[in-house]
Design a protein around this ligand. Sequence first.
Ligand SMILES: [Zn+2]
Length: 263
Amino acid sequence: MPEGDTVWNTARVLDRALAGARLTGSDFRVPQLAATDLTGWAVRESASRGKHLLLRLTAPTGTQWTLHSHLRMDGVWRAYTPGERWTARPAHLIRVVLRSPGAVAVGYHLHELALVATAEEESLVGHLGPDLLGPDWDADEAVRRLAAEPERTIGEALLDQRNLAGVGNLYKCEVLFLRGVSPWTPVRAVPDLPGTVALAQRLLAANRGRWTQSTTGVLRRGGTSYVYGRRAQPCRRCGAAIRKEELGERVTYWCPVCQPDRA
Ligand SMILES: [Zn+2]
């Protein structure tokens, strides 16, 4: 599940592969950028902001641009060495290929792919709340934004990237389990909002630099989460069957015993 940590890791992969290089070719396979050619453009850096990826480029004219992408549920960027086979996903899912002398970056199933002037990056990410993994992470501001809508359920509020940027379904479920809070608790009734926000940040930060997302400290398959992806399996704390509810892309897993409804 691409959440803030996955996107942070992806930004680092792209940065290592391309930063400082001059592109020797590009191939966009989306209609809005089909005519775009980045040959000769220099890659300045790759960064993440919440779940958004920002690849910053300098055109041969000297103007600064940002190639934006979003992974959503299924997008992925991979870096290959020139000549290496691209095996991460089927070829028909490729949305863009960026070539440099030392690496080829292939973006599969990317969303919101757009090239904007770097000066206008805010139009893409300016609405986001504090970035959990950003250098400017501001826990107090995240708490303030969450608390501004006291009647909203905490499950919804944590997913709203305008409150804090980087939490998806996995971390939402796991944080609330660890805090013993039902996802349907209104924000005003969450016992310790700053503690909840701090825990979300710690969980994401712990998974930087690795692709396995674990909230339990266990990295082996089947052991990485308390509730997420564990419908009908026994709660690791109390043994009750973990429950799941799905509303479109919003999936919630919780333990009905450890997370009693306080509403
Ligand atoms: Zn339980």
